[in-house]
Design a protein. Structure first.
Length: 194
């Protein structure tokens, strides 16, 4: 292991042990924090036999303290429990550490980056699934030139009325799903912007 990598791992941070539950075959994750992530991971190697992948997050500038990583661990466990997208190997939820408001805001931004990067690695346990949280929007579109663009951070359900054809779709971070009962046009049309 090169010195730079070892220095990055021998510091405080949060980590995910990801794998499959041996009994159910479902995805499983353990979320932890440590002042020295490398030492903690060596300990887990002996007793977390479900784990096949490790993802860890530290700070390159050592500006994350023990209170910060305890806050991150608590919030990440809370989010994972709420979303229920995989089994959680943690037996309890640690208390949320008390941080000043600017530090909490900074850690919430850190969590957004963790969600994004975990998604890039193919792990969606920090993201809502289809049907969990919805923002209902209605759009009335009569011609292509009058299309509206909606930017939403959570899953959104759209009721579309295009040339008297009614359709319901859900847009998620992963896909667009056309719901049953939606109508489609018999004629093909060119899709602009593709």
């Amino acid at each position: 292991m090169n010195d730079y990598f070892q220095n990055q791992v021998n510091t405080q941070g949060v980590y995910f042990l990801i794998g499959t539950d041996n009994q159910t075959g479902k995805a499983m994750v353990y979320i932890g924090e440590a002042e020295n992530v490398w030492e903690r991971l060596k300990n887990h190697a002996l007793n977390k036999d479900f784990c096949s992948e490790v993802i860890l997050f530290t700070s390159k500038d050592d500006n994350i303290t023990k209170s910060h990583v305890k806050y991150l661990e608590s919030r990440l466990i809370e989010i994972t429990k709420e979303i229920e997208r995989c089994l959680l190997d943690n037996s309890n939820t640690p208390n949320l550490s008390s941080l000043p408001l600017p530090d909490r805001d900074s850690m919430e931004e850190f969590i957004l980056n963790i969600k994004l990067l975990n998604g890039v690695f193919g792990h969606k346990f920090l993201e809502y699934q289809v049907g969990k949280k919805k923002v209902i929007l209605t759009a009335e579109i009569n011609t292509v030139e009058q299309t509206e663009t909606y930017k939403v951070s959570e899953e959104a359900e759209f009721n579309l009325n295009v040339k008297n054809i009614l359709a319901k779709v859900i847009q998620t971070d992963e896909e667009i799903i056309v719901l049953s009962g939606s109508e489609v046009s018999e004629k093909k049309s060119k899709i602009y912007g593709s």
